[in-house]
Design a protein around this ligand. Structure first.
Ligand SMILES: Nc1ncnc2c1ncn2[C@@H]1O[C@H](COP(=O)(O)OP(=O)(O)OP(=O)(O)O)[C@@H](O)[C@H]1O
Ligand SMILES: [Mg+2]
Length: 476
C-alpha cells in the first residue's frame, strides 16, 4: 500500500476542494492510521480497530467531493455508496451486506490490475507465437508439426523389419526433413519480423472465441435474494453451456483478444481471490454517503420503519461481522467506514446509539462564503469556469473571465443562497449555466470568437432575475 503522509493527502485534496480543513485532516489521519496499523505486530494489531468518521455539513459544501477525490488517492479498495440505496432485509431493494461484496469486487479489480502488469510480458510473448501460428499458411506448419511425430515410429518399424528407409519415393529422407524444418522456422522468423515491424496489422486471421452463456442478473432487484443470485451465477459459471464462435479479424484486433485470453489463463484465480479478500479486510474503506437519510425522527412512522431497519442491519457490519461473498468469507472488523450527511432535518443524535458509538470522530464542514466561491470558481484544476472554457473552445470560442466578473458571480451566488435556499457550491452551477446560456447557444455562429465575461456582463444578464425573488427561486 502506498503511504501518503497526512500532509500529502491534504495537499492533494486541496487541489480540488476549497477550505473544509478539519474534514480533510480527519480523513487524512484515518488513511494514514491504516498504514500505521499495518506496521504493527500481529498480536497488537488484533485489538486496534479503525476509528470511523462522520462528516457533517450543509448541502453542497464538499462532502461527496472529498470522498470522490479520496477514492482516487487511496491505493486501497475503496467504495462509495449511498445509504438510501439499502432497505431492511426482506424489503424491496438491496440488502446492506451487499456493500461488503462490492468492496471485495473492488479489491479483486485492484489485485487483478496489479497481477496483470507482472504477467504482461509473458502474455505478450505468447500472443506473438499464437499470431504466428495463425498467420503462417497451414502447409508449412503442418509439415513441421506432423512429420517429426510420425517419423520415429516409422523408422523404428522399418529398422525392425530390416528395411532400409527412404528408397520408395514418397518417403521423406532425414536430410529433406531437416531441410523442411529449417525452411519453416525461417518462414516463421520472417513472419515474426514483419509482425514486429507492423506490416501485418491489417491481415485477417481466424479466431476461435469461447464464451459462456450466463443469465446475468436474473433477479438482482428482489430484496434479500442477492445471496441466491450469487450462488446461481456461480453455478452457471461452472456448468453453463459454452458457446464457440469463429471470427475473422485483422491482426491488430486479434492481438487484443488473444492478449485478454492469455492474461486470463496466466492468472491464478484462487490466489487472486485470496489476496483480494485479505486486502479488502485489512485495507478496505467504505464511504457511506447520505447517512442522515436513513435516520428518521422519533415520532414519525411509515418509511422510518425501514430506515431504522437499515440502521439495524448496518450495525453488525460496522461493528465487525463475517459476510459471505462469491470469493469467500470476509471479516469487516478492520474495514474503515467514513460516513457523511447533511443532518439538517435530523441530528447524529437521532441515529441509533450503538451506531453513534461506532463513529467516534465527528467533523463539521462549514457553509461556504463569498470568498470561498471566488476560490472555487478559479482555483481547482477542474473549476467550473475552466470546464466552460474547455467546452466552448471546441467551438473555437475563447472565453475569458475577468476578476470583477468572477466576483460578481460569487456575490450573486452568495446572495441567492442567503435569500432563497442555501445549496452551497451547487448554486454556482445553476448561475453559470444561466449566465452562459446565450453564448453556449450562439457559439458556433458568432463572428467574434474572443469573449470576456466581466462584472457588467454578469449583472446585465442576471439582474432581471435577481430583482424578482420568486423568479430566482425557479431559475437560479
Ligand atoms: N469546498 C468546495 N470546494 C470546491 N468545490 C466544491 C466545494 N464544495 C462543493 N463543491 C462543488 O459543489 C458540488 C456539490 O458538492 P458535494 O457533492 O460535495 O456536496 P455535498 O456536501 O455532498 O452535499 P449533499 O449533502 O447535498 O450531498 C460539487 O460539484 C463540488 O465540486
Ligand atoms: Mg453529497
Amino acid at each position: 500500500m502506498q503511504s501518503l503522509t497526512p500532509r500529502q493527502i491534504v495537499a492533494e485534496l486541496d487541489k480540488y476542494i476549497i477550505g473544509q480543513d478539519p474534514a480533510k485532516r480527519a480523513v487524512a489521519i484515518a488513511l494514514r492510521n491504516r498504514w500505521r496499523w499495518q506496521q504493527l505486530p500481529d498480536d497488537v494489531r488484533r485489538d486496534i480497530t479503525p476509528k470511523n468518521i462522520i462528516m457533517i455539513g450543509p448541502t453542497g459544501v464538499g462532502k461527496t467531493e472529498i470522498s470522490r477525490r479520496l477514492a482516487k488517492l487511496s491505493d486501497a479498495p475503496f467504495i462509495k455508496i449511498e445509504a438510501t440505496k439499502y432497505t431492511e432485509v426482506g424489503y424491496y431493494g438491496r440488502d446492506v451486506e451487499s456493500m461488503v461484496r462490492d468492496l471485495v469486487e473492488a479489491a479483486i479489480a485492484m489485485v487483478r490490475e496489479k497481477k496483470r502488469s507482472t504477467i504482461q510480458e509473458e502474455a505478450q510473448r505468447r500472443v506473438e507465437e499464437r499470431l504466428l501460428d495463425l498467420l503462417i499458411p497451414a502447409s508449412t506448419t503442418s509439415r513441421k508439426k506432423n512429420s517429426p511425430k510420425m517419423e520415429p515410429l516409422e523408422l523404428l518399424i522399418k529398422a525392425a523389419t530390416g528395411e532400409r528407409s527412404g528408397n520408395d519415393g514418397d518417403d521423406i529422407t532425414e536430410a529433406e526433413q531437416e531441410h523442411a524444418a529449417d525452411r519453416s522456422s525461417r518462414t516463421r522468423e520472417r513472419f515474426r519480423e514483419k509482425l514486429k515491424a507492423g506490416e501485418l496489422e491489417d491481415k485477417q486471421v481466424e479466431l476461435r472465441i469461447e464464451s459462456r452463456l450466463t443469465p446475468v442478473h436474473v433477479m438482482s432487484n428482489i430484496g434479500g435474494m442477492e445471496q441466491m443470485e450469487m450462488d446461481l451465477q456461480n453455478l452457471f459459471d461452472k456448468i453453463g453451456p459454452k458457446q464457440t464462435s469463429h471470427r475473422s479479424v485483422p491482426v491488430r484486433k486479434a492481438r487484443e483478444i488473444l492478449l485478454e485470453q492469455e492474461l486470463e489463463s496466466l492468472m491464478d484465480k484462487d490466489a487472486i481471490n485470496e489476496e483480494a479478500v485479505r486486502l479488502a479486510e485489512t485495507h478496505g474503506v467504505i464511504f457511506i454517503d447520505e447517512l442522515d437519510k436513513i435516520c428518521g425522527g422519533e415520532e414519525s412512522r411509515g418509511p422510518d420503519v425501514s430506515r431504522q431497519g437499515v440502521q439495524r442491519d448496518l450495525l453488525p457490519i460496522i461493528e465487525g461481522t463475517t459476510v459471505q461473498t462469491k470469493y469467500g468469507y470476509v471479516k469487516t472488523d478492520q474495514v474503515l467506514f467514513i460516513a457523511a450527511g447533511a443532518f439538517h432535518r435530523s441530528r447524529p443524535a437521532d441515529l441509533m446509539p450503538e451506531l453513534q458509538g461506532r463513529f467516534p470522530i465527528r467533523v463539521e464542514l462549514q457553509p461556504l462564503t463569498r470568498d470561498d466561491f471566488i476560490r472555487i470558481l478559479t482555483e481547482p484544476k477542474t473549476s467550473l469556469t475552466r470546464q466552460y472554457q474547455d467546452l466552448l473552445a471546441a467551438d473555437t470560442i475563447k472565453l475569458k473571465f475577468s476578476k470583477d466578473g468572477i466576483e460578481a458571480i460569487a456575490d450573486i451566488a452568495h446572495h441567492v443562497n442567503q435569500t432563497t435556499q442555501n445549496i452551497g457550491a451547487r448554486r454556482l452551477h445553476t448561475i453559470l449555466e444561466r449566465l452562459l446560456e446565450d453564448i453556449s447557444f450562439d457559439a458556433p455562429d458568432v463572428k467574434k470568437k474572443a469573449l470576456a465575461i466581466d462584472g457588467d456582463y454578469v449583472r446585465k444578464k442576471l439582474q432581471d432575475i435577481l430583482k424578482n425573488e420568486d423568479l430566482s427561486k425557479f431559475i437560479l
